[in-house]
Write a protein that binds this ligand. Structure first.
Ligand code: PEP
Length: 247
């Protein structure tokens, strides 16, 4: 199974659902539709309406983050995994570099992952090295740390997806070489097999994926799909990624 996950970030108002309606109509008729899943993570403000609309349809809705406490609390502006699940989300991203850069710690991320799983959300756990870490040849040690400090074998493996997003690639138009990406994906899967004592969860790539480069990635069979930011805000661009991947 492949995954095409669209991360809208700070984008969207109720009417923006028209973008997803177009993607859903392509997806419903696509001859390759049984080979992949489409998940979109709009901002919190749209999760309830979009989940209700797409219930029983092809697209699945998720959240972009969740708070590290569950249920209700006195933390202003926080949204718990329980609250996200209650409005119909089935997935949540955790550890996106935008949020890590605002101070998310490993301890917070561990709580987010375990509470999201407790609420039966599938977690898309984001990892990735920064530009300077790459330059200093620390990519593998950074990824290993991000995986081992947050995931462990008690976690429901079938409810975890890992998204490898090099920070220097997000929104920059730059992508890793095929060779680097293959090596890194294999390395991530090796670490995950060690953590889970068995088969690795799905590992996605994210960072400047678009309709022009998605075909390049299909040669790397180890990549189980994509986390797509900028290009997920346009139905045409998002559909082109899927079309060109399967061409
Ligand atoms: C992202 O923010 O997760 C992302 C991959 O963004 P972009 O596709 O725009 O690089």
């Amino acid at each position: 199974m492949r995954y095409f996950i669209g991360n809208w970030k700070m984008f969207g108002v109720p009417n923006s659902i028209n973008i997803l309606k177009k993607i859903n109509s392509f997806y419903s008729k696509d001859k390759n539709r049984n080979k992949y899943r489409v998940i979109v993570t709009p901002p919190y403000t749209l999760i309830q309406a979009y989940s209700a609309y797409f219930k029983g349809k092809k697209i699945t809705i998720g959240a972009q983050n969740c708070y590290q406490k569950d249920g209700f609390s006195s933390d202003t502006a926080a949204v718990s995994p329980y609250m996200i699940k209650s409005v119909g989300a089935e997935y949540t991203l955790v550890g996106h570099s935008d949020n890590r850069s605002e101070g998310e710690t490993d301890f917070m991320l561990r709580n987010k992952v375990s509470l999201a799983l407790k609420n039966n959300l599938t977690v898309v756990y984001c990892i990735g090295e920064s530009k300077s870490e790459k330059k200093n040849k620390r990519t593998f040690s950074v990824l290993k740390r991000q995986l081992k400090k947050v995931l462990d074998k008690k976690i429901k493996k079938n409810k975890i997806i890992v998204a490898y997003e090099p920070v220097w690639s997000i929104g920059s138009g730059k992508i890793p070489t095929s060779d680097d990406l293959k090596k890194t994906t294999l390395y991530i899967k090796k670490i995950l097999r060690g953590i889970f004592k068995g088969k690795s969860p799905a590992v996605l790539y994210g960072g400047s994926v678009n309709g022009e480069n998605s075909a390049l990635f299909k040669k790397i069979k180890e990549i189980d799909g994509f986390l797509i930011g900028g290009a997920s805000k346009s139905s045409k661009k998002f559909i082109d990624i899927i079309k060109n991947y399967y061409r």
